[in-house]
Design a protein around this ligand. Structure first.
Ligand code: DLL
Length: 436
């Protein structure tokens, strides 16, 4: 049966009820972390805040903020707030130990996460009549497992495809009459292109909606995908730290994402000063997970830049909306859905015996990201036999793939050909026009 909302009592709650709900959970959550996580206790003690000082969301500003660096310091168990025996799952981002985020879940945390994803599926028109093809990666990445759980909760027939093997994706899509596709927007665009190459028109498939996220994408890309697949394309946002996809999702208005603020309390801050900005300002998104038990984050700085608005939405949801992320306040890039820091590339170069003279060029060709890495050879490595260079390029590309999880095209260039900078080195040229 077609439902408008997955959890109407939460998704259409009055502002007053939502505030009361958030306040009660925040008070409980602060006590939970203070009692169970030494890291939080020390940070709160240092800031002179006790759990008794937090009476509701109006006291949120008293709590210290948490950054990715804190997560790194606490890796892997330092922020765990329940006994390991209560945890049933971990998920993680890619990256080296230092950059990797490992998130822990109790069964209760998984249930909440899956409900959030179910809200996104229902908002995209999903019901138990649908066949939901999930082409996000499965495994440590949260995309596949999150949407998979959401799809089960809605009662869709779930196709746990994982990403890749596009021929097989298309075959299953046709044979099983998939109606909803969940994957990164760039993979959706690629599936669209492949359909065209194969001479299959959008009318010959049964897809009606797509739920795409994990990386920035433009309105232009939305239009392309909608046309090539014959669907309505919805955005979905989330991060491993807060659970995964489903922190926010788009409704039929396709104009900003509703934040599941009964679980994730959002603030916008000035990324330079940390000052909390009024609603409607552009700044860095900060989340407090209100009822996650195993790995609760208080005031976590996401580094994503966006705007929050509380305008009335024609879908009837009262949940606050966030704009599409408009960039980041750190140097993280998202390439083919994978989080990449330039420092990861540098680590590999140094380990493989190259100097840190390199340039990363990212572009988007036919809606698919390209990653070219130009690396200077040291004078003693310089050789004029092409064969030698090609072998080295392949070797280095393999080592970088092992680190990042995605394949770059490596170009070894002559010594002293990459421009030196007199100030901050320019390591990255991102030619994708992802943000307005
Ligand atoms: O990308 C979780 C996810 C999976 C979201 C599937 C949506 C769908 P991480 O790998 O930890 O988690 O990356 C989180 O990705 O801080 C944003 O910078 C970016 N991001 C996620 N969704 C969007 C989106 C998953 N819809 C980081 N638009 C976040 C733009 C997004 N950026």
């Amino acid at each position: 049966m077609l439902k408008r909302y997955f959890q109407p009592e939460r998704e259409t709650m009055s502002r007053e009820d939502m505030k009361a709900h958030q306040s009660a959970l925040l008070v409980e959550q602060v006590q939970h972390v203070y009692n169970n996580v030494a890291y939080y206790r020390e940070r709160m003690d240092a800031a002179g805040v006790k759990p008794e000082d937090i009476h509701g969301i109006e006291d949120l500003h008293k709590l210290p903020m948490l950054t990715k660096a804190d997560l790194r310091d606490a890796y892997p168990y330092g922020l765990l707030a329940v006994p390991l025996g209560d945890c049933v799952r971990i998920q993680s981002t890619s990256g080296t130990t230092g950059r990797r985020v490992v998130s822990f879940y109790t069964q209760h945390d998984i249930d909440i996460w899956e409900e959030c994803c179910a809200r996104a599926i229902v908002a995209a028109g999903g019901s138990n009549e649908d066949v939901c093809q999930i082409a996000y990666g499965y495994g440590l990445f949260t995309g596949g497992p999150g949407l998979n759980g959401g799809s089960h909760k809605v009662g869709c027939l779930t196709l746990p495809m994982s990403s890749g093997n596009t021929e097989r994706q298309i075959q299953f899509m046709q044979d099983l009459h998939a109606t909803i596709l969940c994957c990164t927007p760039s993979y959706a665009a690629y599936i669209g292109e492949t359909l065209k190459e194969k001479g299959i028109s959008p009318d010959e498939i049964d897809l009606k909606a797509g739920i795409f996220g994990a990386e920035p994408w433009t309105e232009e890309m939305r239009r392309d995908i909608e046309k090539s697949l014959g669907i309505k394309a919805y955005d979905i946002y989330g991060l491993t730290e807060t659970s995964g996809p489903g922190v926010a999702f788009e409704c039929e208005e396709q104009n900003g994402m509703h934040i599941n603020e009964d679980h994730f309390l959002a603030e916008i801050i000035d990324p330079d000063t940390g000052e909390v900005l009024p609603e409607g300002s552009r700044g860095e998104l900060v989340f407090t997970s209100l009822d996650k038990k195993a790995f609760p984050l208080l005031r976590y700085r996401t580094r994503d830049i966006c705007v929050l608005t509380r305008e009335e939405c024609s879908c009837g949801r009262t949940l606050i909306k966030m704009s599409k992320p408009m960039g980041r306040s750190d140097d993280m890039m998202i390439i083919r859905g994978v989080n990449v820091f330039p420092s990861q590339v540098e680590t590999v170069l140094l380990k493989e015996g190259y100097a840190a003279n390199y340039l990363i060029e990212v572009d988007r060709v036919h809606n698919s990201d390209t990653l070219d890495i130009y690396v200077e050879l040291l004078p003693e490595q310089f050789s004029d036999t092409m064969r030698d260079i090609t072998v080295r390029e392949k070797q280095l590309a393999g080592a970088i793939k092992t680190m990042l999880g995605i394949s770059p095209k490596v170009h070894l260039v002559s010594p002293k050909t990459i421009a030196r900078s007199e100030g901050k080195a320019v390591r990255v040229i991102d030619k994708r026009k992802l943000h307005d």
